[in-house]
Write a protein that binds this ligand. Structure first.
Ligand SMILES: NC(=O)c1ccc[n+]([C@@H]2O[C@H](COP(=O)([O-])OP(=O)(O)OC[C@H]3O[C@@H](n4cnc5c(N)ncnc54)[C@H](O)[C@@H]3O)[C@@H](O)[C@H]2O)c1
Length: 316
């Protein structure tokens, strides 16, 4: 039985609590939030003890789920790893590469698992997209694109660059991580950004062109000030085009042929990532999402933001 301290009992923390209580080898023993009522609510759900300071909960646990805003990910994760706990940390793993390195180093030094919550990677959808690319069905991939437009999600700290890191590390990171998952590393980026919303310190509109190490060129467009929601991902290849969203159906339009739609199995990605992390702890096996890989996805968002700020193309 893996005893868990769940730190951060807001939106995603409550979601993880609802998954973890379904996993036979997992037991939430501590629910932690600086807002006591939130900790108490999750404690009640999981039949656990409520805390307002994660340091008080560490002695009870074997593993810690870090579900707080990104500006606290490094400190909570490193403290937990140094206390010899395994750590599952929500994405983005941190606000900077230095913070990410400190987390990776603490995991290595203490020989503990550190997993980062890039939940889309656990969907059969992501695996199917990768399989289509690797099968050669699309030929050589020349262009990749992502469009992710919506209004800003409600958590107030998202508006604050220092707390959240901004739209690109916070949310578009899922889609950039998908691009890296299916096409491999990005070598070079050029970004442009604008701020449209009042009372925010983040860049809430970003476009960027990407050059992948394999030669594919790509584009992302992201907005948190959009009145209409739109999420599309696509790949243009010499033999066909793939169009999809984020999960759900995948349609391939072959050159000179009829479109074919794949319907990958729909699963609960949050339950799956939690089950896999618990299994990794129980079986002493590596978690499929290496934190070094999560750091590369963070590096991509940070490089786009740096390019937008400096007007320079950034080599990653
Ligand atoms: N993987 C996903 O699909 C997904 C979805 C949503 C959020 N997230 C990530 O989860 C994290 C949290 O997002 P959220 O939407 O749940 O935010 P939220 O604001 O709903 O919840 C965060 C909670 O953390 C608490 N908190 C803040 N600092 C704390 C500290 N030092 N100790 C204990 N509790 C503390 C807050 O009081 C709040 O209740 C972010 O990193 C976000 O990117 C991931």
């Amino acid at each position: 039985m893996v005893k868990i301290a769940l730190v951060g009992c807001g939106g995603i923390g409550t979601n993880h609590a609802n998954k973890l209580i379904q996993i036979p080898d997992a037991k939430i023993v501590a629910a932690v939030d600086i807002i006591p009522e939130r900790a108490e609510k999750v404690a009640e759900l999981a039949n656990a003890k409520a805390f307002t300071d994660y340091r008080d909960a560490l002695p009870l646990a074997d593993a810690v789920w870090v579900c707080t805003p990104p500006d606290s990910h490094r400190d909570i994760s490193v403290d937990a790893l140094n206390a010899n706990k395994h750590v599952f940390c929500e994405k983005p793993m941190a606000l900077s590469l230095e913070e990410a390195d400190a987390m990776i180093e603490a995991a290595k030094t203490n020989d503990r698992l550190l997993g980062i919550g890039y939940c889309l990677r656990f969907l059969p959808w992501a695996e199917k997209c990768k399989e289509i690319v690797e099968s050669g069905e699309l030929g050589d991939i020349t262009v990749a694109w992502i469009a992710r437009m919506s209004s800003i999600p409600p958590a107030p700290w998202l508006k604050d660059q220092a707390a959240s890191g901004g739209m690109l590390t916070e949310q578009t990171t899922h889609n950039l991580d998908w691009l890296r998952y299916v096409l491999g590393d990005v070598a070079e980026v050029t970004g442009l950004s604008k701020t449209a919303l009042p009372d925010v310190t983040i860049q809430d509109n970003v476009v960027a062109v990407l050059k992948f190490a394999r030669g594919t060129i790509g584009q992302i467009m992201a907005s948190w000030s959009s009145a209409s929601n739109w999420l599309e991902s696509g790949l243009v290849g010499t033999k066909g085009v793939l169009r999809t969203g984020q999960g759900g159906p995948i349609t391939v339009y072959p050159v000179g042929g009829e479109p074919k739609t794949y319907e990958p199995e729909r699963i609960d990605m949050y339950l799956k990532e939690d089950e896999v992390f618990i299994d990794s702890i129980v079986n002493n096996s590596p978690y499929p999402l290496d934190p070094a890989e999560a750091k590369e996805s963070l590096a991509l968002s940070l490089a786009i933001l740096k390019s937008a700020q400096t007007g320079q193309t950034i080599t990653i």
